[in-house]
Design a binder for this molecule. Structure first.
Ligand code: TXA
Ligand code: MG
Length: 326
C-alpha cells in the first residue's frame, strides 16, 4: 500500500475527530479561545505525541478539557470555592488549577501535584468531548513558542501534513483562557490573564484575586511555576512595543507598524496594519494573533506595535505582547 494513504487528512469532520481521539490519535480542534491540539488525557501515548509534535518541553504541563463539572471530580479534588467559580464561569474561557487525583498522568501535569482543568464553551469541542466521552488534554495547536492559532489555516500552516484539524472558522476570543490557581484554597491567584478578568472572579467569590505578572526567563526557573516562560507567543520578526500614545520611533530597516485602531493618516499603506476600526479591546484581542502571523510572513525587519490600555482584556493583550516581544 502506498505510504501516502497514512498521511492525516488536513480538514476532518467532528465525527472523524471523535473516532481518531477514541483510537488514541491527536487532532486539532476549535475552542472559543484558540485552536487546541487534543488527545485523550489519560492515554500516555497520546499525551506524549502532543508534546512531541508541538516540540514542547516536558516541564510545561497541559490543560485537561472536560464537558461537565462532574468529570472534574474524577480528575481532581476541587474545593467549594472552585465549584462556585465553575458554576459562574463554565463553560467558558477559564482554566482552574486544582489538586490532582493520583491516576492523572504525571506526564500531563509535568509531575506537579496539581492539574489544570477547563470546561470550554465552543459547541464543536463540546460535541467532541461528549461524543468521545474522554477528558482531552489540549495545549494551543502551535509549535512551542510560536503564536497561538485562531483559525484552522494557522494550524495547517504550522503542521502541514502531520495533523488533521476540524475547521470552525475564527475563534471568538482569540486569546487563551484565563488561568486561575486554586491550589491554595484561601488565596486564588491569576497565573495567566485572559478573557475572564480578576475583577469578575473577585466579585463572584467576594475574595480578592491576586494578579501575578511573574515571568521566567529560562526553562529551569519555569519548572517551579510552569506556564510563565517569558519568551512565548513570538513572531519570527523582531517585535518592538510602544506605550499608548508614544510616538513611533525611527528604527532602521523595513518596518511594519501595527496600530490598535485605524489611523487617521497613513503614508504607506503596505506597512501599516490595524487591529480594529475603533480601538474596541475585544476586537483587538480577536484579531491580534491572526494579524501578527500575517505581518510576520511579509519579511519585515521589525514590527512596531503599541500596548493596549491596561484594563479588562487589555491586560491579557499586553501580557501576550510583552512575552512575544521579550
Ligand atoms: O485557552 C486555552 O487555555 C487553550 C485552549 C486550547 O483551551 N489552551 C492553552 O494551552 O492555552 P497551553 O498548553 O498553550 O497553555 C496552558 C498553560 C501552560 O502555560 C501551562 O504551563 C499552564 O497552562 N499549566 C498547565 N497545568 C498547570 C499547572 N498544574 N499549574 C500551573 N500552570 C499550569
Ligand atoms: Mg500555548
Amino acid at each position: 500500500m502506498p505510504w501516502v494513504l497514512f498521511l492525516p487528512m488536513p480538514i476532518i469532520s467532528e465525527e472523524q475527530a471523535i473516532e481518531s481521539l477514541i483510537k488514541g490519535g491527536i487532532v486539532a480542534i476549535p475552542t472559543e479561545t484558540v485552536y487546541g491540539l487534543a488527545g485523550h488525557a489519560l492515554n500516555k501515548d497520546a499525551v506524549q505525541h502532543i508534546f512531541t509534535i508541538k516540540g514542547r518541553p516536558l516541564i510545561d504541563p497541559l490543560i485537561i478539557h472536560v464537558s461537565d463539572w462532574e468529570i472534574v471530580n474524577n480528575l481532581a479534588n476541587p474545593s467549594d470555592l472552585a465549584k462556585k467559580i465553575a458554576d459562574t464561569f463554565w463553560p467558558g474561557p477559564l482554566t482552574l488549577i486544582l489538586p490532582k487525583k493520583p491516576h492523572v498522568l504525571d506526564l500531563t501535569t509535568a509531575g506537579l501535584p496539581t492539574v489544570a482543568i477547563r470546561c470550554p464553551k465552543h459547541p464543536v469541542i463540546r460535541r467532541i468531548l461528549k461524543g468521545s466521552g474522554l477528558p482531552l488534554a489540549a495545549p494551543s495547536a502551535n509549535p512551542f513558542g510560536y503564536i497561538s492559532p485562531t483559525r484552522a489555516e494557522h494550524v495547517l500552516e504550522s503542521f502541514k501534513d502531520s495533523l488533521s484539524v476540524v475547521d470552525a472558522g475564527p475563534c471568538e476570543h482569540g486569546l487563551e483562557s484565563t488561568i486561575l490557581d486554586l491550589s491554595h484554597p484561601t488565596t486564588p491567584r491569576i497565573l495567566r490573564p485572559g478573557p475572564i478578568s480578576a475583577e469578575a472572579i473577585s466579585q463572584t467569590i467576594g475574595i480578592t484575586v491576586e494578579e501575578t505578572s511573574i515571568v521566567h526567563y529560562n526553562t529551569t526557573e519555569a519548572a517551579s511555576a510552569p506556564g510563565l516562560l517569558a519568551k512565548h507567543y513570538s513572531p519570527s520578526t523582531q517585535l518592538t512595543l510602544l506605550n499608548p500614545e508614544e510616538p513611533t520611533p525611527h528604527i532602521p530597516g523595513n518596518i511594519a507598524r501595527i496600530h490598535l485602531k485605524r489611523p487617521l493618516i497613513i503614508n504607506d499603506s503596505s506597512k501599516h496594519f490595524w487591529l480594529s476600526e475603533d480601538g474596541n479591546l475585544n476586537t483587538i484581542a480577536h484579531n491580534l494573533f491572526d494579524l501578527l502571523r500575517k505581518v510576520d510572513n511579509q519579511g519585515f525587519d521589525t514590527i512596531i506595535i503599541e500596548r493596549a490600555p491596561n484594563e479588562s482584556i487589555g491586560k491579557a493583550i499586553n501580557n501576550r505582547l510583552e512575552r512575544a516581544g521579550s
